[in-house]
Design a protein around this ligand. Structure first.
Ligand code: GLN
Ligand code: ZN
Length: 755
């Protein structure tokens, strides 16, 4: 009898109730010992393995668990620890590990950046002048643990050499081949030891194949896999890709490995099979259940997809699995009892996705009748959602097309009107929006959520904070003020709670970076404006001062990218629905005399598709939605936007195309780089390059700030330049924030006088 296998690529680390986060933070505070941390996290890890075992997954991943980040785990395994962390102090290996991730008293942390097109951040390997060595065979240790503790014949997971090195920094592009050669023997050793221990399957993660690689890189990577195959011919490698269709399908499927793992959810993978076929001697690990989203799969369609795959690959050579690690979705929907039952029923988090995988295997193996109940339940839940209240208020289909997405005057003309209204000095100063969210702010919010204080009392408290900070900002002498965003826990969730078409979960957490988890809202229906979302706070703040207070909104692209978006209609349609709802809010703000309005888009860049071919469509949609949201204001109303990243050389036209009157960008960590972009391109609108880093409690010196301003003014004309910190100040303490802003304003005054 042929057997189709089920597999999982990775399982969430954080636990159903974020136990992982709590264990880590307790340890970092010194409230638990290393042994306690290891014991608590081991229990969590085994719990995850046990669940996968109980659900009947054949190939259970081991070694995907991490105490911080799997890329950092790989660096540490190969002895890649930047020199600045090597201290003479007595330090355990775990302390060094956390020091690289979080910084220590002697050394600043390694850089952290987004993992492909997700909101998960990894620690960037620093590969300059290293001599890697195998410190510990991590996958082997986890393989043994799963076998001994639970009798699981696990599938060790290893971050592949091409992806690991491409994600690292500190070497010139042409040295990629030298590094591959340095790491090859170590990978071979890891795999040999796994083979000796009796391991059958190994999952080697190479998501880098979703990106556009050069012919030369592909050939270099191929050589590595050829060498591995010669050295360890007995081990069965699954070369695992995800997040996107691979760019070089033809080459990749002919790599000398036992199996290729492909994502059949994102991008068009099936046509590649029909066009190029699939080698007869290989296994196909087919990612058919969406690992990036939370909606229940239409099992009938998925079975159809697997049947279509079967035209090119025999059944016994198919492994059924999610499209990527399940770390990008919450653990289980079981705890979401407070959600509308129709909605809860239509969800599928990690645990439920594993059940879907197992059902599909059964269906593929024994025919549809085998899973009649599951098919019926899946269809029913999707039908229920489609006919529910969430889907009953369709926004006029082509509403977006009938509205203008262009301001009525070009920037060069409307800025004249704006300057007249705003009467700002040269080099105006402002902040990015949020002000310190003290323990008290968080406490009051939690009291209000629990019902310990009334809505009225909470509102009064927020007003009190706004008033206090309007006074502080006036005293400091900032030119354009903010209300401080005290009422928001999260810049996306806040709007999710207020717009139609959204729901928020209670425990739907996913890891963002380190111990920090985020709870993306669910876009479950048609998005539309319900009631004003930001008016009360903005109007109140404006009533307290003669200066302008900026209205503050999160932009459509960021709301989309940081939510779980509904299935069934194109993402870009959802994007435009959000834009239209924001347009309404912006018009309300304007009616209430808020004439400077900031629409933040920090997630614009991270949403770029992996493959360059798809950038244009995405950027076009992103720019259109931003303009749709902001274009209806009067010419004298000034639209600001903010982005956290600084690297925008390659998307300069899109950024400029947003047509925001003022843009603020985070730069203090890469000043030189960003300014050079302006030398090459002429940006004609106003711009604020962050003049100090807000990510650390350190108060910058005035000279440092002035230095940053002076450097920028060498390239950007003074009458186009704004002075602001890098990003929001939410995570900072009050005293350091006030001190830094005072220095920033003084620096601005001094530079102004020199003009
Ligand atoms: N206005 C937001 C704030 O100041 C922007 C946050 C962000 O860029 N991520 O917090
Ligand atoms: Zn920012």
């Amino acid at each position: 009898m042929t057997t189709v296998k089920s597999s999982s690529i990775g399982y969430p680390r954080i636990g159903e109730k974020r136990e992982w986060k709590k264990a880590l933070e307790k340890f970092w505070k010194g409230a638990s010992t290393e042994a306690e941390l290891l014991a608590e996290t081991k229990a969590l890890r085994l719990d995850g393995l046990r669940k996968q075992q109980e659900k009947g997954i054949d190939l259970i991943p081991v070694g995907d668990f991490s105490l911080y980040d799997h890329v950092l785990d790989t660096s540490i395994m190969f002895g890649v620890v930047p020199e600045r962390f090597l201290t003479t102090d007595e330090e355990s290996a775990l302390e060094t590990y956390f020091a690289v991730a979080r910084g220590s008293k002697n050394a600043i942390a390694s850089e952290m950046t987004k993992w492909f097109n997700t909101n998960y951040h990894y620690i960037v390997p620093e590969l300059n002048e290293i001599t890697p060595i195998l410190k510990e065979n991590r996958p082997l240790a986890f393989y043994k643990e799963a076998k001994e503790e639970l009798g699981i014949e696990g599938k060790p997971v290893l971050l592949g050499p091409a992806t690991f090195l491409k994600l690292g920094k500190g070497y010139a592009e042409e040295d990629f081949s030298i590094l591959l050669k340095k790491f090859l023997p170590l990978y071979i050793q890891v795999l040999q030891e796994l083979q000796e221990a009796g391991v059958q399957w190994v999952q080697v993660d190479e998501p880098i194949f979703g990106k556009s690689l050069t012919k030369e890189d592909i050939s270099l990577i191929r050589q590595v896999y050829v060498a591995i195959n010669e050295a360890v011919p007995g081990i069965k490698l699954i070369l695992q890709t995800y997040f996107e269709t691979v760019d070089c399908y033809e080459e990749l499927v002919n790599f000398p490995v036992a199996a290729i793992g492909l994502d059949f959810v994102h991008g068009d993978t099936l046509p590649l099979l029909s066009q190029y076929g699939f080698p007869e001697n290989k296994v196909l690990a087919a990612g058919v259940i969406d690992g990036r989203n939370v909606w229940r799969a239409d099992l009938e369609k998925k079975l159809g997809l697997l049947e279509a795959i079967q035209l090119y690959v025999d059944k016994e050579r198919i492994i059924v699995q999610p499209s990527c690690s399940l770390q990008h979705v919450p653990v289980t929907k079981r705890s979401e009892e407070t959600l509308n039952p129709i909605l809860q029923d239509a969800l599928s988090f990690a645990d439920e996705k594993l059940e879907e995988v197992v059902a599909l295997v059964k269906g593929l193996q024994g025919g549809e009748e085998q899973i009649a109940t599951e098919l019926k339940a899946s269809k029913q839940s999707i039908d229920n959602l489609n006919s529910s209240k969430y889907r009953q208020s369709p926004v006029s289909e082509n509403g977006a097309e009938q509205l203008s997405a262009n301001r009525s005057l070009p920037f060069s003309e409307r800025i004249i009107e704006q300057r007249e209204v705003l009467q700002l000095p040269l080099l105006p100063t402002t902040t990015i929006g949020s002000l310190p969210q003290t323990a008290e702010v968080r406490q009051q919010r939690s009291k209000w959520r629990k019902g310990d204080i009334t809505g009225g009392e909470y509102e009064q408290f927020i007003q009190h904070e706004i008033k206090k900070w309007i006074e502080i900002q006036e005293e400091i002498g900032l030119d354009v003020l903010v209300h401080g965003e005290f009422e928001r826990t999260d810049m996306v969730e806040y709007f999710g709670e207020k717009l139609n078409g959204f729901e928020v979960t209670k425990f739907g957490w996913v890891q963002s970076y380190g111990s920090r988890c985020v709870k993306p809202p669910l876009i479950c229906g048609d998005v539309s404006f319900d009631k004003p979302m930001t008016i009360k706070e903005s109007v109140y703040a404006q009533s307290l001062t003669e200066k302008k207070v900026k209205g503050m909104l999160t932009g459509p692209v960021t709301i989309l990218n940081w939510s779980f978006v509904r299935d069934g209609i194109p993402r870009f349609d959802v994007l435009n629905q959000i834009a239209l709802a924001l347009r309404h809010e912006i018009e309300e703000l304007e009616k209430n005399n808020i004439t400077v309005i900031q629409v933040d888009e920090p997630a614009l860049r991270e949403g770029l598709p992996l493959s360059r071919d798809k950038w244009e469509d995405y950027l076009h949609a992103a720019v259109y939605s931003f303009k749709l949201a902001t274009a209806s204001v009067q010419n004298s109303t000034q639209i600001h936007t903010h982005m956290c990243y600084s690297d925008f050389k390659d998307i300069f036209d899109a950024i400029s195309g947003l047509d925001a009157d003022v843009i603020s960008i985070e730069t203090s960590r890469s000043h030189g780089d960003l300014i050079s972009t302006f030398e090459a391109n002429t940006y004609d609108k106003e711009i604020g390059l962050g003049v100090y880093d807000i990510h650390s409690p350190r108060v910058p010196s005035k000279e440092e700030i002035k230095g940053n301003i002076d450097r920028a003014l060498k390239t950007i004309p003074a009458n186009q330049f704004w002075i602001n910190p890098d990003c929001g100040l939410k995570t900072r303490q009050e005293p350091e924030t006030i001190a830094a802003l005072q220095l920033m304003v003084e620096a601005a005054k001094e530079v102004r006088e020199e003009q």
